[in-house]
Ligand binder design. Structure first.
Ligand SMILES: C[S@@+](CC[C@H](N)C(=O)[O-])C[C@H]1O[C@@H](n2cnc3c(N)ncnc32)[C@H](O)[C@@H]1O
Ligand code: SF4
Ligand code: SF4
Length: 380
């Protein structure tokens, strides 16, 4: 494998990305739901669907400070902050920002000020065009998307975290246009219909049309879209070489949680460091987005990032496959500002040009289902 890597890394573009990642070093990541409180109720939000708000955030600031110290001592260097709504707990977000690499996901209603959070990546959620977003997130009344656009106009920290719904793929272009015109970046996510509404938001319809639209957006805005066609193919197909997406292969599980004991012993890759902390900061849950959630409802883009990243050895059989893998990691480091963002985004058009969203299927036929080699305990 070392020989193959050496050969691929003769390519200056790949070498440049690889060197930046190596220089930043491995990630030891956790996810924290910083508060159990939210100022809106979106339909089918996984956090409330499984009553994750029952584990209340501590009121005592000293408990939060102790949590930060514990995680520093454990070697954590990257924290994804969700909830509940993180903008309601800005003093605690600030403490995380001051101690770790961070990614904050917010509904966009309350602006996170620039002062004190100058280089913090902020993922602002949107679920569709204004009508769809009002219906799904604004209780049929409030235009949360419009508020987010207003709050983050030309804000260089912001990427729109666009949770797409299957039957609304035709809205993708207009939403992306608006986000880009607002001076922001776009990352896609994929909705799981946990409240069983069906119709246009039923994930069982599949995300093929969404994937086509994402590819169109990549072609149209190669300097603004932070998801590659490869990642979106993996999410929408649920396939990575000879594996099918699901609990048995998912790497975004809390390694300390007893519930995952058998999974950690099944020989598939996992992240030894990762924990998804409940708002109480003492208990962890099964995975980044669930306690007992049916994994067939899960198209979580971060979890798929990890699946690809931890399966590096499956991607070394050709330079194209290695490129697909390397760009996935690079995008993860870029989105989360672990590497220099301003410099890194300049590579986006070339990244999109070099990635192949169809390589999995092709390679499968060519190689007769290659065996996926495990790479346990790599802390990407
Ligand atoms: C639980 S929210 C917490 C952060 C913040 N309140 C927000 O909405 O951005 C984290 C992310 O999960 C997404 N999300 C919630 N429920 C989902 C579902 N059923 N399927 C896909 N994404 C979902 C939200 O859109 C948001 O981007
Ligand atoms: S804003 Fe976030 S936490 Fe609140 S209900 Fe919506 S998705 Fe859930
Ligand atoms: S719900 Fe998704 S992230 Fe959670 S264990 Fe299942 S596949 Fe993994």
């Amino acid at each position: 494998m070392a020989g193959q890597l050496k050969e691929y890394l003769q390519d200056p573009f790949l070498n440049q990305m690889y060197s930046q990642i190596r220089q930043a070093g491995p990630l030891k990541s956790i996810l924290v739901d910083i508060t159990h409180v939210c100022n809106i109720r979106c339909q089918g939000c996984y956090f409330f669907a499984e009553e994750m708000d029952k584990n209340k955030a501590p009121q005592d600031e000293a408990e939060f400070d102790a949590f930060i110290e514990r995680e520093k001592a454990r070697g954590t260097n990257f924290v994804s902050v969700a909830g509940g709504e993180p903008s309601l707990m800005l003093n605690r977000v600030k403490k995380i920002y001051d101690n770790f690499w961070i990614m904050v996901v917010t509904n966009g209603l309350r602006r996170i000020p620039y002062e004190g959070f100058e280089n913090m990546p902020i993922a602002v959620s949107v679920w569709g065009d204004h009508d769809t977003d009002i219906a799904l997130r604004g209780s049929g009344k409030r235009d949360i998307f419009a508020r987010g656009l207003q709050n983050y106009k030309n804000d260089p920290r912001v990427l729109w975290y666009y949770t797409t719904t299957t039957g609304n793929a035709h809205q993708i272009e207009a939403v992306v246009e608006e986000c880009v015109a607002n001076g922001n970046y776009v990352l896609f996510n994929f909705y799981g219909d946990l409240s069983h509404q069906g119709g246009n938001i039923d994930h069982q319809r599949g995300f093929e049309e969404v994937r086509r639209q994402i590819n169109r957006m990549i072609e149209r805005y190669p300097d603004r879209i932070l998801l590659s066609s490869y990642i979106s193919q993996v999410v929408s197909s649920g396939r990575l070489y000879n594996e099918n997406w699901g609990y048995d292969v998912c790497c975004s599980i809390s390694a300390d949680n007893e519930i995952n004991r058998e999974r950690l012993q099944n020989g598939k890759s996992y992240n030894l460091h990762f924990r998804a902390y409940n708002p109480n900061l003492t208990s962890t849950r099964r995975c980044c987005i669930g306690e007992a959630r049916d994994c067939s409802t899960c198209y979580d883009v971060w979890a798929h990032f990890s699946w690809i990243m931890l399966n590096m050895k499956a991607h070394v059989n050709s330079k194209q496959e290695f490129t697909n893998w390397l760009t996935t990691i690079y995008l993860f480091y870029l989105i989360n500002r672990i590497i220099d963002f301003e410099a890194g985004v300049k590579l986006l058009p070339q990244i999109h040009q070099r990635v192949s969203g169809d390589s999995i299927a092709l390679e499968e036929f060519k190689m007769g289902l290659p065996v996926l080699l495990e790479q346990p305990a790599l802390n990407w």
